[in-house]
Every structure is written in structure tokens, then in C-alpha cells.
Design a protein around this ligand. Structure first.
Ligand code: FBP
Length: 554
């Protein structure tokens, strides 16, 4: 066995990602309808005069291969890791080599900062081969530097020109692709001669729309979390003594929690979007969970599982207001706050907040109150992954049950375990779905480059069908945009896809959850399988199946 490599890694390196039939030979581009942004058309058009209104494009098989000149391409991994990133890069590499074997690929190191700081490496065949079908972004690293100012774009152009790079692929989430679009527009406006193409990445699953079925990494991450939740469910059904409160990553949308719920059938799953739409308070949420615990206790079942999306705190309307005031306050008083003695910080914040928010802040357990004042991310947001919502809810449910016990309304035992699953899934070896999807996204990006496109996102659709039937093409990024207030200013941004409460995934969950709450209906998905029968190895997520085939698919 090779040093530093597991047997699975060695076997997996030889996996050949499945691809759409159309990409397996010469292709031509077929133009579809001209596009419009999803909202605020006039405002978006005004800001993107060179890249607005372009048509959808689709690749179709051609009789003969066009002649392509060799091209140098740059690639950036932006934001949080997501399984499959290395296959996107492998797909780009193979794609541009197929255009012309003299083409070259350069990776910018540690995210957008690599472009600005001129930190790069050439990605040659031997390097690419080491990373095929592996998880992680370690081939070139990733970072969260925002690429948004003209100075940064000009600085980037210096190195792009020096390396004779004519196209740049940015692999990122909604914010990074918004920035890719702004960069594409800017380079087009100054006739820089550099195309910019985006690729949809994020385990959170919230970069999707009519033309982008899913962001890569969502499939693998959810399968990893579901495996572990399944194991916990089997443990809790064996010992029958704990309630497990499990927080799952997903900064804002609840797609991950919902997908895991559909896979494992827990006793309770919070969907943040529903919490907001019902205008629930923290106490409402705690009461609802406590009721589920009490009902199971009536049948002698003092165990269960509760899934918690990490972003829930910001969807509780009262907490959202509190966090907004805290964000504004800390943005202007951070230095003063840091000088206050740790033991006094809580009282200091209570004094500084409006009465309504101060009352809520004062009612929070010490730990969570502190976590709400921790450093913000580069976008000025609370880092929700640092807030221990799972502990907060477990503690508050315990208090509620103790009150009910005194009043004679609850008889049972309530012992808890808390967990947070996030980083465990972000760099897992990509499932077959992600390995195939990512390779096709990368190969498609190379095709878009070959046909001279800019301001497009690589799109691979129809992915619940066998890979040979997938549809590859490009979507103008401006099509996904609307105007939103960011830091007090209206900005064009890609619309984030939250859980649709009218959609089949949520409706299916809503139809089943009452039964899952009372009965022990756990499903144990087991680990991702990379080799074996297709019904075991090539299943897309429940979310995608339900979205494409309706509730009957469950
Ligand atoms: P992206 O949106 O950049 O893909 O990252 C998503 C995510 O994994 C969230 O689920 C999580 O809240 C956040 O990143 C954690 O960020 P960090 O890696 O900076 O701790």
C-alpha cells in the first residue's frame, strides 16, 4: 500500500466519473431564450450593461470538433469546503486539455486572496491525478476574502495578464458567484480579454434555482451527517435513556436538516423557515419540543432525536431583531466592548440595548449570551456555527419539563446528549453523485470557456436521471440576481434559496412528522457506498428526488 494513502483512496483514484453523453464527443452550443433577472430587472440591467440579458446555452453533440487555440485558465476555490471541489478542477483540466492539449491551468492559492496577492501554482497532470475523486479543497486551499473592489479586480488583472490567463473559474456559493458576475462585467467593460465563469458550490444547498438543480457538496455532506445521525438513533433506541439534540450546519437555510430528516426520520426536526413564517418565539419552539418529549414519555419512551439547523436562531423573529441590534452595536463599539472585564460584558450589553432586546438577551443562558457577542465574519454576520443552539434548546427544554413535572403535567426522565455536525461532512470523499456532478460541472465550465462565454455559471441538469442523460450548459449569472440591502446599501446579489414551505420536500416531511414524533420510525442510512449496485451507490438526495418527481417519490 502507498504511504499515507488508505486502501479506499487508492481504489477511488481510478474511479471514472460518469458524464452526460453529449460531453463525450465534439459539442456545439445551442442558444436558448434570452434571460432576465429574477427581480429588479431595470436595476440589474443598469449595473450589468455587458452581461445582462444573455441567452441560456446548452451543449449538444456536434458532427465535428471545432479548432480551439490553446488557452491558459485560472481557478479559485472560494468559501467553505464542499465535497467534490477537486473533481470540478479535474473536469476543468481535462476539458481545456480536450480543447487543446497545450492549454494550461493555474490555481490561485487560498481563495480570492491568491488572485489579489498573486499567489498561484500551475496545476499539472501529476498534481491533478493525485486529487481525483478526493474530498477537501487542499489542492490549492480556499478562503473567504471578498473579491469586490475595482482595486482588487485591477490587481488581479496584473497577474492574469502576466500568466496570459484568458479565463477564470470561480468555484463558490451565492456571494462568491455574485462577485464573479461583478468581475465578469468589469473585465468585459474594460475589454480586459478575461472571461469569468462561476460554479455552484456549498454544502448548505442554498444556491439553486430553475437552472441550477443543486450546489455541489450538499449530497455528500447530508449523507455523512445522515449516517452519523442514524448511528446515534440506533444507539438511543438501544440504550433508551437519552434525548440527542443534534445541530447541523447550514448557515441560513435548513436544507441540510430537512434532507437529513427525510433520510433518518427523527422524532423532531426544526425547519427555520417555518419557525419564521409562524412567527415563533424561542419559548414557542421550546414548548413544542417539550410536548414531543412528554408525549413519548407517556409511552415509556424517554429517548429521541431532535435535529436543529444551525441558522435557526436568526429565524426566530425576536432573536433576529436582537442579533441585528447587536451587529450594529458591536460594529461601532467593538473596541470599547473588548476593554470591558469578561464578567461585566453581559451587564454592559444589557445596558446598551433597547429595552425589548435587553430583556431577551438577559433571559438567555450565560454561554449563548456570550456566543452572540463573539467576533463577526468578514460580512459582519454572527458566526452561527459558534452558537451552541443545541445546548441552549436542551437546557431550556429541561427547564420546561421540570416545571411541568412540578405541575404534574409530565412524568418521565429527561437526560440529554448534544452534538454538532458540520466540519465532519465538508471534506468527505465525494459520493458518486458529487464526484460525477462536479466533474461534469468542471468539464462544462471548460466548454463555456471554449465558446468564449463570460458571466455564465456552469449548469448540469436532469441529475436524477442516469448521468448519460444529464443536460450540460450555462446560465447567465445576472439571471439569478435581485437587489438586496447589504450594510445599509442596495446591492445586486444572487437570490438565496431558502426551504420552500410549499415544496415537496417540506410538505413530505410535514405529512410524516407527527408519526415520526410518537413512533420510533428511525431509518439507518449507513455509510456512503462508492462501489456496488447503483441503487445503493448512485442515489441522489431525497430533496432532489422530491423536487423533481413530487411527493410520490418518497
Ligand atoms: P459556504 O457557504 O461558503 O459554502 O460555507 C458554508 C458553511 O459550511 C456553513 O454551513 C457554515 O456556517 C460556515 O460555512 C462555517 O464557516 P467557516 O468554515 O468559516 O467556519
Amino acid at each position: 500500500m502507498k504511504k499515507n494513502k488508505s486502501a479506499l483512496q487508492i481504489a477511488r483514484a481510478t474511479y471514472k466519473p460518469k458524464m452526460p453523453q453529449t460531453l463525450q464527443g465534439p459539442v456545439k452550443v445551442v442558444e436558448g431564450e434570452k434571460t432576465q433577472s429574477v427581480a429588479d430587472q431595470e436595476a440589474i440591467k443598469e449595473r450589468f450593461p455587458n452581461t445582462y440579458g444573455m441567452p441560456l446555452v446548452r451543449f449538444e453533440a456536434a458532427e465535428t470538433k471545432k479548432d480551439y487555440a490553446p488557452i491558459n485558465v485560472g481557478v479559485i476555490l472560494s468559501g467553505g469546503q464542499a465535497p467534490g471541489g477537486h473533481n470540478v478542477i479535474a473536469g476543468i483540466f481535462d476539458g481545456i486539455k480536450d480543447l487543446n492539449p497545450a492549454s494550461r491551468l493555474f490555481g490561485f492559492i487560498l481563495g480570492p486572496a491568491g488572485l489579489i496577492e498573486h499567489n498561484y501554482m500551475e496545476l499539472t497532470a501529476d498534481i491533478i491525478d493525485e486529487y481525483r475523486n478526493t474530498g477537501g479543497f487542499d489542492i490549492i486551499g480556499s478562503g473567504r476574502t471578498k473579491l469586490e473592489t475595482k482595486e482588487q479586480f485591477d490587481q488581479g488583472l496584473i497577474i492574469l495578464k502576466a500568466l496570459d490567463i484568458k479565463a477564470l473559474v470561480i468555484i463558490g456559493g451565492d456571494d462568491s458567484n455574485t462577485n464573479a458576475c461583478v468581475l465578469a462585467e468589469y473585465y468585459a467593460s474594460i475589454k480586459a480579454g478575461v472571461q469569468v465563469i462561476g460554479c455552484p458550490k456549498t454544502i448548505d444547498g442554498d444556491l439553486k434555482n430553475v437552472m441550477i438543480e443543486t450546489s455541489f457538496g450538499f449530497d455528500t455532506a447530508c449523507k455523512v451527517y445522515s449516517e452519523v445521525i442514524g448511528n446515534i438513533q440506533r444507539d438511543c433506541n438501544s440504550a433508551r435513556k437519552y434525548w440527542h439534540f443534534i445541530k447541523l450546519m447550514g448557515r441560513s437555510a435548513s436544507h441540510i436538516a430537512l434532507e437529513c430528516a427525510l433520510q433518518v426520520q427523527p422524532n423532531y426536526c426544526i425547519v427555520s423557515e417555518e419557525v419564521e413564517s409562524l412567527n415563533m418565539s424561542l419559548d414557542d419552539l421550546v414548548t413544542d419540543i417539550a410536548k414531543a418529549v412528554a408525549k413519548r414519555a407517556e409511552q415509556g419512551n424517554n429517548f429521541g432525536t431532535v435535529l436543529i439547523p444551525e441558522g435557526v436562531i436568526e429565524f426566530i423573529p425576536a432573536m433576529k431583531k436582537l442579533i441585528a441590534e447587536l451587529n450594529d452595536f458591536l460594529a461601532s463599539h467593538k473596541e470599547e466592548f473588548d476593554l470591558i472585564r469578561r464578567s461585566e460584558q453581559r451587564n454592559y450589553i444589557i445596558k446598551m440595548l433597547s429595552k425589548e432586546n435587553a430583556d431577551i438577551y438577559a433571559s438567555l443562558p450565560e454561554g449563548v449570551a456570550r456566543q452572540l457577542t463573539l467576533d463577526r465574519d468578514p460580512h459582519g454576520n454572527v458566526q452561527v456555527s459558534l452558537i451552541e443552539t443545541e445546548k441552549l434548546l436542551a437546557e431550556m427544554v429541561a427547564v420546561k419539563l421540570a416545571e411541568w413535572q412540578k405541575e404534574g403535567k409530565y412524568v418521565g426522565k429527561f437526560a440529554t446528549q448534544t452534538h454538532f455536525f458540520g466540519y465532519e461532512g465538508r471534506c468527505a470523499a465525494p459520493s458518486n453523485y458529487d464526484a460525477d456532478y462536479c466533474y461534469s460541472l468542471g468539464y462544462t465550465a471548460a466548454g463555456l470557456i471554449g465558446f468564449g462565454m463570460t458571466g455564465y455559471m456552469s449548469s448540469v441538469r436532469n441529475t436524477t436521471a442516469p448521468a448519460s442523460e444529464w443536460i450540460a450548459g450555462g446560465v447567465p449569472i445576472t439571471m439569478m440576481m435581485n437587489m438586496e440591502r447589504r450594510h445599509g446599501e442596495m446591492k445586486p446579489v444572487i437570490q438565496k434559496a431558502l426551504v420552500d414551505l410549499e415544496g415537496a420536500p417540506f410538505k413530505t416531511f410535514a405529512a410524516k412528522r407527527a408519526a415520526w414524533a410518537i413512533h420510533t420510525s428511525y431509518v439507518y442510512p449507513g455509510p456512503i457506498q462508492y462501489f456496488g449496485p447503483t441503487e445503493v451507490c448512485d442515489q441522489p438526495t431525497r430533496t432532489l428526488l422530491l423536487e423533481q418527481k413530487g411527493m410520490a417519490a418518497f
